[in-house]
Design a protein around this ligand. Sequence first.
Ligand code: ATP
Ligand code: MG
Length: 245
Amino acid sequence: MNGAGTYLATRDLAKRFGGIVATEQVSLDIAEGELRCIIGPNGAGKSTLFALLCGIHRPDSGRIFIKEQDVTSLPSFRRVRLGVGLTFQTNRAFHDLNVRQNLEVPMGATGSATHSRSARSEDRYRYALSVFGLDGLRETPARELPHHQLQWLEIAMVLSGGPDILLLDEPTAGMSPEETTQTARVLQHLNDDGLTIVVVEHDIAFVRQVAQRVTVLHQGSVFAEGSIDEITAHDDVRRIYLGQA
Ligand SMILES: Nc1ncnc2c1ncn2[C@@H]1O[C@H](COP(=O)(O)OP(=O)(O)OP(=O)(O)O)[C@@H](O)[C@H]1O
Ligand SMILES: [Mg+2]
């Protein structure tokens, strides 16, 4: 079903909440090494799609594949073991733990005895700690970190598990333009290094900075797909999405 080099694919994913159709026939092909942004207006189905990819929601119909494997019915933790790194819109760092302890959590969760990061994952993780300024804060309680650094901590936590693909839901929510640019640079660097990344994002400035390929969701369906330049020049996309911004 999947073409060679496809890391993550969905076929006709549909999810309803009561009478509300949140996603409908969403088919995506994310290539290995790609950095894909998924955008769309409020209520387009972005977070629902994200939750389906993570295994938080089960689709009513449709399939999800990681590499060749059908993971539609696998829970989140099994997807994590297959190399999927997940972060969420709501920050999940443990505020009472310090930075070092937070960074140890994902290793524990995936079974540190059997799990070892590849040299490449190790480099990505070290890089993130350093550019996010977390290196010198290991003994600082997470609750003392400013908002943007908590977001960065969460990305570092995910990288500590050595994922092959990173799924991010609004990683720059609440960040200043400078912090957003810094986040974009880091994701760009990780992607240049070969990490596959899927970002659900509202902030078009961020998307401009990172995106190679953009998928626009509208009313639960894929409305358009293309480069950021194609997408921002697309009249109908401007009408449904950019016109609102
Ligand atoms: N748990 C839920 N129960 C009921 N309806 C839901 C639920 N989650 C999402 N919906 C509905 O599904 C549709 C898609 O919502 P979703 O949160 O996926 O959109 P979104 O693109 O992430 O929007 P936003 O930009 O506001 O975050 C909306 O109509 C929303 O009200
Ligand atoms: Mg959302």
